[in-house]
Design a protein around this ligand. Sequence first.
Ligand code: 5GP
Length: 122
Amino acid sequence: MAYDPNNIFARILRGEIPCKKIAEDEHTLAFHDINPMAPVHALVIPKGAYISFDDFSDNASEAEIAALIRMVGKVARDLGCAEAGYRILSNIGQNGHQEVPHLHIHVFGGASLGRMINKVTA
Ligand code: 5GP
């Protein structure tokens, strides 16, 4: 599947659509989700054109991978989630119900989040 340069996060990265920015570095951008599912709901994205975690892990540089991981931790700390705990999640592809085809890591916190996901069967 080819990367769609007109997806909403690509447009946010180009500054065509605003976002509530939390933090940014050379390789990553973190911002608040427009439709928060928890008191804290942030999104961390690479600036590069990666669709999924498998795409990113296969094709991103060491620096990009390190930056994304570090930014997730920074966002959790900066938004006050580190002590009480939080959840990170990335929806990938059709089974994962990924809506935006640019890799993003959700960071949820600010309240008890329940346990894992609902159990599913094939
Ligand atoms: P997915 O299902 O792909 O993991 O989730 C995509 C997320 O992006 C959703 O939580 C949705 O609320 C968020 N989102 C979609 N469009 C926008 C937008 O224009 N701005 C921001 N900040 N978040 C968005």
